[in-house]
Structures are given as structure tokens and as C-alpha cells.
Design a protein. Structure first.
Length: 533
């Protein structure tokens, strides 16, 4: 799913924003240059290069930062090797106020270009995937302290506040999420950190580990926590991100750089294997997890239509208990007529095309018209589209880690991310509000079962109804843990998957009940009292 790559995307946005044509910035003075290696769980998987220039904009002094990033990682569940390349550029005032950001990232054959222009009361973000139609998003910035990390660093340094316990907040732009996110810094003070020694030489011996000393900043933004040890210029020496990713300064990037083998844990073994998983009425799950929420970091999961959630902590450990709930549609469910007459204002936004879900694409619009011809019941329309996506897409990964609906349509294959994107695009083309969802799902096959990071959809049929086109299901059984709505402008829960990857969670089934009345409870299961009991 798309958010399985979230830590890499976050890293790219930490330091990227692609290069524009060379003639735009002639004879700029180079102020500093840095090189970094990117690690995942101790394995070197990529690199980043950064430059800072003294520049000008509209005849006024400015600072231009450029970055290049490369990462290579494999997915353990399907063997897909993902290469991410990114070029970026940020133009800002000498005080750290952003003027323009530009970013080009390449994920397999798919290229995404994003440009943000900062005005007095708004930011305009333009996003294009491959040769598709540019999508324009406007973000209201009235009353917001829009800035970048350079602004925060300068404010602390100028006022002699780079001391333990000092805090500062600002609103930074997330190009990927098309939104402003509050970033709160807390200074830890001067620290010394040991760097990864890197791979062994030809003689098999590993080089001696180096250390760096700088000011550590704990940053809370987008529901996640990162730790950055910065030098006197505010440039990172070591950056530790959620999900097991770290960025470490180095003297130079090896010319013969090769990424070390590593896999992201995308599936966690589960017991028991429920043979009638699509009849699950209720499932109780516990996730052993160090409580890292609060102070701007969201709880790992919320109580909602998918599950009731509570936190536990005792001498045996801490974590979350979840009671997963079925959302099957009853036979007498009254869906609104198609075309929809009354759609709430907060739902209308999910009828518009996006870069990922190109519902205004001519071919996808034809498919939508064909599938819903003569259909006046919105539920039947959603079921027809879901069934078509299920049949149309081969159940194997495409060429990217998260293809757009159009690319999935062309490749005629994909994993859960592509199934969700294609369903959402065709549903919107048919006049049905729909959106992409990210989280975890329980799946069983034969005597085996697992929890896996997953993408699915929701369609609005008078209320939001879950849709999983990967298994051709409209209205779902009690198998899903919701983390985030994966749509432009939606940021709630966006850091949850990376936090789970970083802690290598192992969800455990404690009990379940089927619609047939059959039930099971694990011996020794933790006793948790949910609100409805």
C-alpha cells in the first residue's frame, strides 16, 4: 500500500524539493554542502546530498536549498524492489520563510511533480503525475505561522534558546499531504551520537565508528516524532525518524554505492486462522506497544465504526486493545438513488479527481458509464464497480509501490493500493463520493493467517461504507484496523504505520465471534472492558 513507504516519503520531504532549470539561479554563492547515508534497521539503503546557496528573489536576498535523494528497498511479501529518486529545491527568505518549493520524485516508472508557491494568505500546490493533468490545491494560511526549519533554528539561536527544555512551534507545508502541519520542537541540549560504521571493507573488517556532537531537537509533526542532531548551521548530522529510518552525515557518497539488502515487515503472523473470516462479527485484538502518544502525537488508533479502542498498562507491559466490528450491509439497507441528490458539503470533496485517482480520465469515465448504465441504486453501482476492479486487476504488484488509478488501469495488475485507487477513481466518475483508506487487515488462508498493512476504500451510500476491491467486498467483516484517510488534505493518522513498523508490532487475536454464533477465546487473554460492556 502507499503508506508502507511513508518513512521514505517523509525523509524525502525532510530534505527534498527538485531542481529547476540552471538559468534561474546563475552565479549563486555556495554556503555549505552535506552528504548523508540513509539506513533502515541498520542497513544502508540510500543516500542524500544537500546544498545551501546564497541567492536572490525579486531583487531581494534569498536562500536556496537543493537536495538529491536515492533509496532502494525490497518488500518482503511480494519481492518487489522499490527504487525512489528525488530532486528538490526550496527557496526562502534569509529568515527562513518559504517562497517556493519544487519537488520531483520517481517511484519505479511513475514520476510525481509538486510545486508550491507561497502567497500572503494562501499556498498554491500544483501536483502532476507523469503526463497527467496538473491538479491545483489552495491552502488557507491566514493566522498561521508558516515557516521552515531554518526559521525555527534561527529563532532559537538568535535568542540564546538552544538549551534543554526550550520549545518552538511553526506551521510547515506537507507537499505530499497538501496541508499545513504544526511542527513543535523541543531542545534536548548538546549530545554526542555514534554513527553507523557502515559496511565492511574488502578484507571483511568494519571501519571504526565515528561520533558527532551537536544540538538535539525532538520534532513532533504529522502525528510522528523525529530526533535530529544538528550542527551550528542547523543542518542535520543525524536524523532518526519513525519506522526505523535514520539519516547520517558522511564525508562523501561512495561512487560504487550499492544498497544493502533489507526488507520492510509488511505482514505479521497471526493465530488462529479463522476459516470463516468473512463472517467475523467481532474480533478482539491486542497490540503490545509502548505508549508514545500525547503532546501532539495521536493515539495509535481511534474508536470509530471499525473498532472500539482502549489503552492498557500493567506490570506485564503496555499497549492497545481493539474490538473490531463488522460493517456488513443488511439486506434491507436503503441506499440513495443514483444520481445522488443530496450530498453533504464535507463529503462533496471526495467526488473530485486527484492526481492519484483520475476520475476525469476519459477511459475511466467510459468504464464508469458502462458499469452503471441503467443503475439507479447507488449500492448496486458500488458493487458493480467493486466487482469489476476485482476481476480487472491481476493480483500481483505493479511496477511501483503505489500506482495511480490510470497506471493501474494500464498495467491491469496491482496490490491493494492499486485496487483502492482504481475503485475510488471509477466510483467518483460514476458520481459516487469515495476515498482511500489505510491501515491493517486480518487475512486467513487455509491454516495460516496474518495481519498486513493494507489499503482499501470507502464509498458514500448515505453514510460511509468500507469497500475492499482486493477481495470484492462492499461492507466488511470485523477484520480492519483504520489508521488514516489517505487523501489530499487529510493528515490525521498519517504517521501510524511508520510508528508500527518502527516498533515491529505483533497484533494478537484474543477472541472472536462469527455471525453464525460460533466464538473462540484465547486462553490467558488479557481481560479488557470495552465501553459497550
Amino acid at each position: 500500500m502507499r503508506h508502507a513507504l511513508l518513512p521514505l516519503t517523509v525523509l524525502a520531504l525532510l530534505a527534498v524539493a527538485p531542481r529547476t532549470a540552471a538559468q534561474e539561479a546563475p552565479a549563486e554563492k555556495l554556503l555549505l554542502e552535506r552528504s548523508y547515508y540513509l539506513y533502515f534497521s541498520g542497513s544502508r539503503i540510500g543516500w542524500q546530498k544537500s546544498w545551501r546557496y546564497e541567492a536572490s528573489h525579486d531583487g531581494k536576498p534569498a536562500i536556496r536549498e537543493k537536495d538529491q535523494l536515492y533509496a532502494r528497498i525490497s518488500r518482503d511479501f511480494d519481492g518487489l524492489v522499490i527504487e525512489i529518486k528525488s530532486d528538490g529545491e526550496t527557496l526562502e527568505t534569509p529568515q527562513g520563510r518559504p517562497i517556493r518549493k519544487h519537488e520531483v520524485s520517481v517511484n519505479g516508472p511513475q514520476t510525481t511533480t509538486r510545486t508550491a508557491t507561497f502567497g500572503t494568505d494562501s499556498v498554491t500546490v500544483t501536483e502532476t503525475i507523469d503526463a497527467g493533468q496538473p491538479r491545483i490545491y489552495s491552502i488557507d494560511t491566514k493566522g498561521r505561522n508558516v515557516a521552515g526549519s531554518n526559521w525555527a533554528w534561527q529563532e532559537l539561536k538568535r535568542n540564546d534558546r538552544l538549551k534543554k527544555g526550550e520549545t518552538i512551534s511553526y506551521d510547515k507545508l506537507s507537499l505530499e499531504n497538501h496541508s499545513l502541519e504544526k511542527d513543535t520542537w523541543t531542545v534536548s541540549g548538546s549530545v554526542t551520537r555514534k554513527l553507523n560504521p557502515g559496511p565492511a571493507g574488502k578484507d571483511g573488517a568494519k571501519p571504526a565508528a565515528k561520533t558527532v556532537e551537536g544540538i538535539e531537537i525532538i520534532s513532533v509533526s504529522g502525528g510522528s516524532v523525529s530526533r535530529v542532531v544538528a550542527d551550528n548551521d542547523g543542518m542535520p548530522l543525524v536524523a532518526t525518524l519513525q519506522g526505523g529510518f535514520t539519516l547520517e552525515v558522511t564525508d562523501a557518497i561512495a561512487k560504487d554505492f550499492k544498497a544493502e539488502p533489507v526488507s520492510i515487515q509488511s505482514a505479521m503472523e497471526a493465530k488462529p486462522a479463522v476459516k470463516d473470516q468473512f463472517k467475523l462479527k467481532r474480533m478482539d485484538v491486542t497490540i503490545a506497544f509502548e505508549h508514545d502518544d500525547g503532546d501532539g502525537v495521536e493515539q495509535l488508533a481511534d474508536s470509530n465504526e471499525y473498532h472500539d479502542v482502549l489503552k492498557y498498562a500493567d506490570e506485564k507491559g503496555s499497549g492497545y486493545g481493539l474490538r473490531l466490528k463488522a460493517q456488513k450491509l443488511p439486506a434491507d439497507f436503503q441506499a440513495p438513488a443514483l444520481p445522488l441528490a443530496d450530498v453533504p458539503e464535507d463529503v462533496r470533496r471526495y467526488m473530485k479527481p486527484t492526481s492519484i485517482c483520475q476520475s476525469d480520465d476519459a477511459d475511466l469515465m467510459k468504464e464508469a458509464a458502462r458499469l452503471t448504465k441503467g443503475v439507479t441504486d447507488s449500492r448496486k453501482a458500488a458493487e458493480a464497480i467493486c466487482a469489476w476492479v476485482y476481476r480487472y486487476l491481476g493480483k500481483e504488484s505493479g511496477a511501483t509501490g503505489g500506482a495511480s488509478a490510470r497506471q493501474a488501469y494500464d498495467e491491469k495488475k496491482g496490490d491493494c493500493t492499486e485496487h483502492s485507487a482504481l475503485f475510488v477513481a471509477v466510483a467518483r466518475a460514476a458520481g459516487l463520493p469515495a476515498r482511500n483508506i489505510g491501515g491493517i487487515v486480518y487475512l486467513a488462508s487455509g491454516d495460516s493467517a496474518f495481519f498486513g498493512y493494507h489499503a482499501w476504500s470507502e464509498v458514500w451510500l448515505g453514510r460511509w461504507v468500507p469497500v475492499d476491491a482486493t477481495v470484492n467486498e462492499v461492507g466488511t467483516s470485523a477484520r480492519y484496523i483504520l489508521f488514516t484517510v489517505d487523501e489530499p488534505g487529510d493528515t490525521h493518522g498519517s504517521g501510524r504505520i511508520s510508528r508500527c513498523i518502527g516498533q515491529k508490532i505483533k497484533p494478537q487475536v484474543d477472541a472472536y465471534e462469527l455471525t453464525t454464533g460460533a466464538s473462540w477465546k484465547r486462553k490467558g487473554a488479557r481481560e479488557l472492558k470495552f465501553t459497550q460492556e
